[in-house]
Ligand binder design. Sequence first.
Ligand SMILES: [Zn+2]
Length: 276
Amino acid sequence: MKIFMSTDIEGLSGIPSWEWWKNNIKGTTEILIRHILPLIDVIKEYDSEAEVVIVDSHSKGENMSVLDFPEEYRHVFLISGFPRKDYMMSGFDGTYDGVIFVGYHSLIGGGGAMDHTYSSSSIYNIRVNGEPVGETTINAAFAGEFGVPVILVVGQKEMQWEMEKYLPNTVFVPVQEAVGRFATKNSLLHEVARNIQIGTQEAIDKLQNGSIRPFTFSSPIEVEIDWLSSSIADVVSQMPIMKRISPRTTRYTVGTWVEGFRWLLSAVYMSYLGQR
Ligand SMILES: [Zn+2]
């Protein structure tokens, strides 16, 4: 078995705000690791030779290190650092059997704490084929085009809507609920670990009996991005693929999501030049 795991932090139990994260870097690492280890343990129970590649995907991808993992684990790899191609899906290809998202959060406007989609400082909204999408769906569709399903998502309760709409058969373990944009109600970590273990068992069973289909967008794929300011749209509309359809909105159309995903990341990287 070969599993790809992409990790964020906003949807972990115990994280209320970005300010808290910046003041508690070590605590964040410990919380993150305590969501990941129960999951790896279950995967190893099913297949001791399983390969697990963990892609640290919050901010600059330096939220944990190899020092944080038990030494006895074999075939577990950690991708760290930034910038890197395909960011939250860095290193992914069609050789994996399943994908897991940990610490994922609601799309911007979706009601979760610290809600955002790819960039809290650049993006107001992203629609694919007319429907709002968050990072979970965007990344799941990237894996889906390689024929690989997302088997498990651990994150914010407010993701329920996005899960039901796009990934209804994926196992979902909510561990955190918003009280406000920078305030959360969190389960304690022993209970989180237990729920993640149960969810991982269910996810692997579903993977093995083939009951989770890879998710894909229907082609042609039309992507509309509402930027936070018109100066960002000024910069991003320099990309030949982008059509500016209003002062703050650009649109592009592609045939495949591998292409669409990479244009999206290109636009996000470029958008930082438009902030002044
Ligand atoms: Zn994040």
